[in-house]
Design a protein around this ligand. Structure first.
Ligand SMILES: Nc1ncnc2c1ncn2[C@@H]1O[C@H](COP(=O)(O)OP(=O)(O)OP(=O)(O)O)[C@@H](O)[C@H]1O
Ligand SMILES: [Mg+2]
Length: 137
């Protein structure tokens, strides 16, 4: 089963909508609350990053018997140094984003922590695609 969400960075109040909607879908599918919690936290972090660091994008969630995959693709600025971006506490968040409470530099480490596998494809000037995998068995 495939679920697709558009993430619109021009409406910051909408940030978090995709993760909330997918959470509802997973509940209806009967996925265990423990797994849903991990997915919601990780997907929310990725969705917010698409809004505050890029210009929005598209999230594709794939659910099958044994695995859930969440792919978050943007055509934002890309990440010049992925090791730094993965480091807890590292952030390039703007003053505006910090005012909204973002910028602790914990989103990427938390996505790693709450997923079973995480891959990041990124190119400066082209964009970033982050894929999170969650095992159901
Ligand atoms: N989609 C993205 N496009 C461009 N840069 C990104 C993207 N996602 C993350 N980054 C870069 O990686 C850094 C670390 O991201 P992370 O989510 O860990 O922290 P943050 O978003 O700055 O703060 P927090 O998530 O704690 O509110 C960001 O500050 C930014 O420089
Ligand atoms: Mg973040």
């Amino acid at each position: 089963m495939i679920f697709k969400y558009q993430v619109d960075a021009s409406v910051p109040e909408m940030a978090g909508r995709a993760s909330t909607e997918f959470k509802t879908a997973l509940k209806q599918l009967g996925v265990s609350p423990k797994v849903i919690r991990r997915i919601s936290i990780a997907m929310y972090e990725g969705e917010i990053n698409m809004v505050i660091h890029a210009n929005g994008g598209e999230i594709t969630c794939e659910v099958d018997e044994s695995k859930i995959r969440v792919e978050m693709a943007d055509s934002g600025p890309g990440i010049p140094n992925l090791d730094l971006a993965m480091t807890a506490g590292w952030s390039t968040a703007s003053p505006e984003a910090r005012e909204l409470g973002f910028g602790a530099g914990m989103g990427m480490p938390n996505m790693k922590k709450f997923s079973d596998d995480m891959t990041v494809e990124t190119e400066v000037g082209v964009g970033t695609t982050l894929t999170l995998g969650f095992n159901l068995t």
